[in-house]
Each structure stands twice: as structure tokens, then as C-alpha cells.
Ligand binder design. Structure first.
Ligand code: HSE
Length: 363
């Protein structure tokens, strides 16, 4: 018996799989990394996934700087909506106009892949409902944890369990800052500038240090793990900006490290969600203490599976592009065999009073 073996997960048989056309919104750190991967996937065969359109507000300048063969550049969302693209990748970030454009793309019959944690945390449920009505997919693996497949792990891989608790490092910038200060003794400001230069930080890095970024990601994980719709602004957050080199050195002397931890546990018996984001001391030899630079880590506890750990690079163009390409591949494969996207449930609205922060544990 002769079997056709393809080692490259993107190398669909071009004769049996229709080509999947991709339009990209945003050509910044993440968007340009996605474009680079999509245009170098499978150079010697007919590609099964093809980048056809790039939208960027500085399209002309970026096109001159990075010419991409066979790609149409535009500044107009209408050009993308009216195009023959099957999948729209949203890599512009922020809520406005990203949410409106995701909605418009789904309404125009496209599937959407996004790295946008704020859009999914705040508007994920209605957008997923729209995608389902349209018979299209909305995938968001890149919105949480960069390259680590935590959305699939919780929304799909552990779907057979009842998840009770999540502890995680979800912000790569803060982790890179804390570990750089720990390793070199440099100032927090200097470490933040290094993270910005490497493309990890948000446009305003206070969103990283103050916990807004991790709150949005934790809200998404709460939806996937517990079926709860949580407003990220309801999750208490303590800023890491108040941590200094002396705090870090003291922790180090105790065999500990300071990490920004996002925690959520859900008591189903009392319908109580406890969730917070705060810099806390963790044992240096734990999965969290060993996460350095832009790494993220998570321990997910389930009633039947016990603890499952996941660890890897949580930000940066190349790492985030991996998650986006994985989502595109899942959608492209879906043309032959349906793989449903993870579902954000909206069963509960949690009253503000049910959030707790264990003050004793916070630094
Ligand atoms: N600023 C974010 C972080 C980018 O540092 O984790 C990835 O979501």
C-alpha cells in the first residue's frame, strides 16, 4: 500500500483541498510576522493557504518597504469585505474599529482569526454567535498566551473535565520585565524599554504592568473553563509597577521569584468565582518561577484530570503568528472535516461582589 505522507501541516494536497485565501488586517509586529510565514510556507508547490490582501493604514509605505508578490494592499476595509478571501486575520488590536471589522467580516461570509484579547474578552460571545449563524468560524488562539495553545487546551483538550482552577502567567511583557530585573539588577523602566524594543509590550505598557492585558486574557479563560461571561474590568488587579529591585532581591534570597499571576477558581456549589491578577511570590523552582523572558505558563486544575501544565513563549510577532497560522490551518482543514471552534458560553453574569483577592498573598 502506498500512502502519501506530508510532514508539513500546511501542505494540504492542492488537488483535493481548495485553496484557502487569507486577508490580513494590520501589518505591525504580529501582522508582518503572519505575512512572512504565509508567503514562505510552501514555495515549491501550489500553496493551499495563500495571502491575498493586506489592509494597513500605511499600506503604501509598507508595501514599498515589504513587497509581497500577488498580494493586494489597501487602506479600505470594503476592499477586504468585497474580496474573495475566505479568512480574515485581524491583527490591528484594540476594540475600535477591530470589533466592527470582525463583525463585518463574519457578516460578509468570511471566517475570522484574531489575536485580539480585548475584542474577544468584551465582545466574544455575540461575535461567536454571529459566526455560528453565518456558518463560519471565529478563532482566537493567539489572543491568550502567544504560541502556547491554551485556548485549545481549555476549550477543547480538557473539555471532558470540569475545570476548577486556573493559575497562569498571561502577560509576557511583565514576565520579561520581572525576570530581567532579577537577572541583571536593571531598573523596571529600563526593562520595560527592552520589552518594548522586542515587540512584546502593548502600545501603552501600563496595560501590561497594571494587569489590564492579563485581566482580558483571564476573562477569556473563565469563559472557556467555567462558562462564565466576565467583564475584565471586574477582575481585581494589583499593579506590578510598584515592585522594585529590592522586592525582587528579597524574594530571590528566600528562594522565590515575583511573577504576575492571574488566578481564577470557580465554586460551582455556590456559583462563586474568585479571580484576580497580582504580582506574588512563587517558588523559584515552580513552573511559574522558571518562566523567564516572554514566557507564559499555566496550571489548569480539573476534577478528574488533576493538574495540567502548559508553558511557552507568550508574545512577540513570530510566536503569535504560530497561533494564528494554527487557527488558519484549522479553518482550512474544516473545509473537508468540520472542527468546531471553541465556544464562549454566556450562562452566567457574575456580580462584582463575588470577586475576591487574597490580600495576604499579594506582594
Ligand atoms: N503585551 C502582551 C504581552 C502581548 O506582553 O503578553 C501578547 O498578548
Amino acid at each position: 500500500m502506498r500512502e502519501r505522507v506530508t510532514a508539513d501541516p500546511f501542505a494540504f494536497d492542492p488537488f483535493s483541498s481548495p485553496c484557502c485565501r487569507v486577508a490580513l488586517l494590520g501589518f505591525g509586529t504580529v501582522g508582518s510576522a503572519v505575512a512572512r510565514r504565509l508567503t514562505t510556507l510552501d514555495s515549491d508547490r501550489a500553496p493551499a493557504i495563500r495571502l491575498t490582501h493586506v489592509l494597513d493604514r500605511r499600506a503604501e509605505e509598507k508595501r514599498r518597504h515589504t513587497p509581497l508578490a500577488g498580494v493586494a494592499w489597501t487602506t479600505e476595509i470594503a476592499d477586504v469585505l468585497q474580496s474573495d478571501a475566505d479568512v480574515v486575520v485581524e491583527a490591528i488590536g484594540g476594540v475600535d474599529p477591530a470589533v466592527e471589522w470582525i463583525r463585518a467580516a463574519l457578516a460578509a461570509g468570511k471566517s475570522v482569526v484574531t489575536a485580539n484579547k480585548q475584542a474577544i474578552a468584551r465582545h466574544g460571545a455575540p461575535l461567536l454567535a454571529l459566526a455560528a449563524r453565518q456558518g463560519r468560524q471565529l478563532r482566537f488562539e493567539a489572543a491568550v498566551g502567544g504560541a502556547i495553545p491554551i485556548v485549545r487546551a481549555i476549550g477543547d483538550g480538557l473539555a471532558g473535565d470540569r475545570i476548577t482552577r486556573i493559575d497562569a502567567i498571561l502577560n509576557a511583557t511583565t514576565n520579561a520585565v520581572l525576570s530581567l530585573v532579577e537577572e541583571t539588577g536593571c531598573s523596571i523602566d529600563c526593562a520595560v524599554r527592552a520589552a518594548q524594543a522586542l515587540g512584546y509590550a502593548e502600545a501603552d505598557p501600563s496595560a501590561d504592568l497594571d494587569g489590564d492585558d492579563a485581566r482580558a486574557k483571564l476573562a477569556i479563560l473563565c469563559a472557556l473553563a467555567f462558562g462564565l461571561r466576565v467583564d475584565p474590568s471586574q477582575i481585581p488587579a494589583q499593579s506590578t509597577a510598584s515592585i522594585d529591585g529590592a522586592d525582587i532581591a528579597r524574594a530571590r534570597a528566600r528562594g522565590a521569584a515575583i511573577r504576575q499571576i492571574a488566578h481564577a477558581d470557580f465554586d460551582r456549589a455556590t456559583s462563586t468565582l474568585t479571580a484576580w491578577v497580582a504580582p506574588i511570590e512563587v517558588p523559584r523552582e515552580s513552573i511559574f518561577g522558571r518562566a523567564t523572558g516572554p514566557q507564559n505558563a499555566a496550571i489548569v486544575a480539573g476534577e478528574h484530570s488533576g493538574e495540567t501544565g502548559i508553558f511557552g513563549v507568550g508574545a512577540g510577532g513570530d510566536a503569535t503568528a504560530v497561533a494564528i497560522l494554527s487557527d488558519i490551518a484549522a479553518i482550512a482543514r474544516d473545509k473537508a472535516a468540520v472542527v468546531p471552534a471553541p465556544v464562549l458560553d454566556s450562562a452566567f453574569h457574575i456580580p462584582h461582589s463575588s470577586f475576591q483577592i487574597p490580600v495576604a498573598e499579594a506582594v
